[in-house]
Design a protein around this ligand. Structure first.
Ligand code: NOJ
Length: 523
């Protein structure tokens, strides 16, 4: 049930992702900041979310949008100060909104004091043991130690002046930490405590399944069951100690765990490990009734044995925005398939995104909303000379990168500063101030849906029963007679028997539910 005030708030919560750099700009320099977030807390409270997940707000050279952390105990001056972060956490809590911070344990920034010290100290030094430094292969060590595939396109090793190479699964500015080293574990437990002491209620764990590496650094062999760096068994011991720390504070974790194997995925959610993990199966699922139903069933089945609640996610700061994706011919999401100029029908995509909002908010568990999703923002086309995302450059310019979903939000139809990424010319129509007064807007739909979800104990954590429905229609019941029906088929369908129509994602046609429309009913 949607019990946002109880200890198990996280089992049902609606969590809003704040990409600070692009959320709200308090000082007019074009970059979002903590002053901007504080000013928008009433907006977030009115929207009806239970928690905010902040993407990294720490000191960072921003080589990867802040996922290159130079100091976990400092706020980047572009965003504000530690004192402001502390105030923000308290003010948000005063409005009933909890704070979740993002911890990036797999790697640091190359500007972090640890890495600078490792570079200075040279081969064989204890400072280098905190990372994965190795001599190269080949006669003169001119070849990287192995050919591991990168998480971003491109190389995974960089050679330093003294001839050694260091591992980075992402960009060269993000050296991987050596999780077999006790100091790395100690430091992160300390960082967790630092933020829990400041009233943070949860932590999102970046790249959560990548931390442990096979110390022999063997080549990755397709088809083998043990990957040299993904989902290694020794990781669970790390998360068990993290859980013990979180339990002291009543705080919770959400892991970024992209794993196709549901049994392996569920291991991270055992009762003494992480509380929740993002549902990437649902996020990447095409707009297709049978596929969605299978994805929902698989999700619930994989979570059930460990007693963890599911999470439902349609989009985040790494993937194509929902209305754009759902308006395409291929409505799934795949990093490898991202290309410039993929056609989309935004009206269609928006209709589907509205229906998907009601679908995901009605499913059992917690739900994540990415800033701007409530405004129905499409993916923006970023002019080539303004792109900043390393994914674009590391793909040799083939992948447009992730900037298109990271454009600063249009709060007002009249922009008041020049945003760090350009807003498309027609974004005035998505502005929050325009949508606020329009009952047919995406914002109005989200507000009503979140309010209802919160007031109806049948939503949030709990069970789900599929109802009989024609092909192409998803219909399920929750407790207290609540049900959700989504029509993905071409023909309009009659609504099942009900006492009240609580909410519809679009107009009904003569009492029938048209294609790409969803309703919440009370039976
Ligand atoms: C996942 C984050 O969501 C993404 O934005 C980042 O680039 C990588 N992890 C590396 O930290």
């Amino acid at each position: 049930m949607a019990a946002h005030t109880s200890d198990d708030w996280w089992r049902s919560a609606a969590i809003y992702q704040v990409y600070v750099r692009s959320f709200a700009d308090g000082d007019g320099d074009g970059t979002g900041d903590l002053a901007g977030v504080r000013a928008k807390l009433p907006y977030l409270a009115e929207l009806g979310v239970d928690a905010l997940w902040f993407t990294p707000w720490y000191l960072s050279p921003l080589a990867d949008g802040g996922y290159d952390v130079a100091d976990y105990r400092a706020i980047d001056p572009a965003f504000g100060t530690m004192a402001e972060a502390e105030k923000l956490i308290v003010e948000a809590r005063g409005l009933g909104i909890r704070t979740i911070v993002d911890i990036v344990p797999n790697h640091l920034s190359d500007q972090h004091p640890w890495f600078r010290a490792a570079l200075a100290a040279g081969p064989g030094s204890p400072e280098r043991e905190l990372f994965h430094f190795r001599p190269g292969r080949g006669e003169h060590g001119e070849l990287p130690p192995n050919a591991w595939p990168s998480q971003f396109a491109g190389e995974t090793w960089t050679r330093v002046e003294d001839g050694e190479w260091y591992l980075h699964l992402f960009t060269p500015q993000q050296p991987d930490l050596n999780w077999a080293h006790p100091a790395v574990r100690r430091e992160h437990e300390d960082v967790l405590r630092f933020w829990f002491e400041r009233g943070v209620a949860g932590v999102r764990i970046d790249s959560a399944a990548l931390l442990a590496k096979d110390p022999e650094l063997p080549e990755f062999v397709e088809g083998t069951d043990r990957h040299p760096y993904i989902d290694r068994d020794e990781l669970h011991d790390v998360y068990r100690s993290w859980r013990a720390v979180a339990d002291e504070y009543g705080a919770v974790f959400v892991g970024e765990v992209w794993l196709p194997d549901s049994e392996r995925f569920a291991r991270y959610l055992r009762p003494d490990e992480l509380h929740t993990a993002f549902n990437f199966t649902f996020l990447t699922c095409p707009w297709d009734a049978a596929r969605l139903r299978a994805s929902i069933d698989d999700t619930l089945a994989e979570h059930a044995p460990v007693g963890a609640p599911a999470t439902w996610v349609l989009c985040n700061h790494d993937v194509t925005r929902t209305v754009t994706r759902y308006g395409r011919t291929d409505t799934g999401f795949d990093f490898a398939a991202k290309r410039f100029g993929t056609p989309t029908d935004l009206d269609l995509g928006t209709r589907r995104a509205r229906a998907a909002a009601l679908l995901s908010l009605a499913l059992p568990g917690s739900v994540y909303l990415y800033q701007g999703e409530e405004l129905g923002l499409p993916e923006a086309d970023i002019p080539l000379d303004r792109i900043q995302d390393p994914m674009h450059f590391r793909s040799g310019g083939v992948d447009p990168g992730r900037d298109g979903c990271r454009v600063p939000l249009p709060w007002t139809a009249e922009p008041w500063a020049t945003p760090w990424l350009p807003q498309p010319g027609d974004w005035a129509r998505y502005a929050a101030d325009r949508q606020g007064g329009d009952p047919s807007s995406m914002l109005a739909l989200y507000r009503r849906a979140l309010l209802l979800r919160r007031s109806q104990p049948g939503f949030g954590d709990g069970g789900l029963t599929w109802l009989e429905a024609p092909e192409g229609v998803l219909a399920f019941a929750r407790e207290d007679g609540l049900c959700c029906v989504v029509n993905l088929a071409a023909e309009p369908v009659p609504l099942p028997a009900h006492r009240a129509l609580l909410l519809a994602s679009g107009p009904l046609a003569d009492g029938l539910l048209p294609q790409d429309t969803a309703v919440w009913l009370r039976a």
